[in-house]
Design a binder for this molecule. Structure first.
Ligand SMILES: C[C@@](CO)(OP(=O)(O)O)[C@H](O)COP(=O)(O)OP(=O)(O)OC[C@H]1O[C@@H](n2ccc(N)nc2=O)[C@H](O)[C@@H]1O
Ligand SMILES: Nc1ncnc2c1ncn2[C@@H]1O[C@H](COP(=O)(O)OP(=O)(O)O)[C@@H](O)[C@H]1O
Length: 284
């Protein structure tokens, strides 16, 4: 049997860091949602007890370093599954972009193998498993819109943001999440975003309020290290996006746009600046 799962990209509408924890992770408070840019994961049963990964993308690991491989191995070990699986990753989400592409692939693999092997694992249990693979994986298991706390695994689902266009642009640089968190001094953060205001704007479907309250404390680090990310933000603002923010640890910058008529100008303007530009809808 062969099945398919969609693995959408996430954006952080707000990202606050409260403090650094004794285990080395950072205590976060983030409002996260999914956008309509997705990898497509194909999973096919194998009678042989093995996990095989392939992808059209030449720039991701295809061995045990791949997060989909790790998800499959985890589920096989934990539920004592003797069958194997062939997993093909049709990558559309740019890699190491702050869009959780690898995490979403891992989450989609957990959901898919749960179906393929009739394991009937409840979603909450899949989220707990996902947390072993990465901080963003539990959110990606269920998707939607949520406030994530802890190191990202404590989730409070909330209603969807007001519908709008999301223009994403990734400059041609690779950013390491652990390096960015490592360079953040949690005691000296200058501007904490208000998670409460972002939640209120979403609850009341106030698009302008949402745009006015976007905030990400990791920008302080990434924008200093990579001036091209700041230039990209300025460029998106100049082109008329209603709200502009870096997603996660970067380097992708997203712009929220309410009027469809404004999207082509922003998209075309950014294409002059970098190759990886996408105009997508917020997933509701
Ligand atoms: C910044 C965020 C925002 O959504 O996303 P990305 O930019 O990666 O997409 C996440 O917090 C990233 O989540 P994820 O990429 O799953 O992180 P993990 O694999 O768990 O951790 C990678 C490294 O980041 C640091 N880390 C991660 C999460 C956290 N709450 N505190 C941390 O300090 C740790 O140094 C860890 O070794
Ligand atoms: N299935 C996968 N897709 C993308 N990257 C993967 C995957 N599995 C492992 N990786 C590795 O994970 C790292 C982070 O990738 P990704 O999840 O795309 O970024 P981010 O955490 O910034 O959103 C990359 O270094 C990449 O090599």
């Amino acid at each position: 049997m062969k099945i398919f799962e969609k693995a959408p990209a996430k954006i952080n509408l707000s990202l606050d860091v409260l403090h650094k924890r004794p285990d080395g992770y950072h205590e976060v408070e983030m409002v996260m949602t999914m956008v309509d840019l997705a990898d497509r994961i194909e999973m096919q049963e194998l009678s042989r007890d093995t996990i095989i990964i392939s992808s059209q993308a030449g720039y991701i690991p295809l061995d045990e370093k791949n997060l989909a491989f790790q998800a499959a191995r985890l589920i096989k070990d934990r539920y004592d599954v003797k069958q194997g699986v062939y997993i093909h990753l049709d990558k559309k989400i740019p890699v190491a972009a702050g869009l959780a592409g690898g995490s979403s692939d891992a989450a989609a693999t957990l959901r898919g193998l749960n179906r393929l092997w009739n394991l009937n694992i409840p979603m909450e249990e899949l989220q707990v498993l996902g947390a072993e693979l990465g901080s963003d994986v539990p959110f990606c298991v269920t998707g939607g819109t949520a406030v994530a706390r802890g190191r990202g695994e404590k989730l409070e689902p909330i209603v969807s943001p007001p519908q709008c266009w999301v223009v994403l642009a990734k400059p041609p640089i690779n950013v390491s999440t652990s390096e960015i968190y490592g360079k953040l001094n949690a005691r000296e953060i200058k501007n904490h975003p208000s998670t409460e205001n972002v939640m209120k704007a979403i609850r009341e479907k106030q698009f302008d309020q949402l745009c006015g309250n976007l905030g990400n404390v990791l920008e302080e680090v990434t924008l200093d290290l990579y001036p091209e990310v700041r230039q990209l933000k300025d460029c998106m603002q100049r082109l008329g996006a209603d709200g502009v923010l870096m997603s996660g640890s970067g380097p992708t910058v997203f712009g929220l746009v309410s009027k469809e008529a404004k999207v082509p100008r922003i998209y075309n303007g950014l294409r002059g600046f970098c190759k990886d530009v996408y105009a997508v809808r917020m997933l509701t």
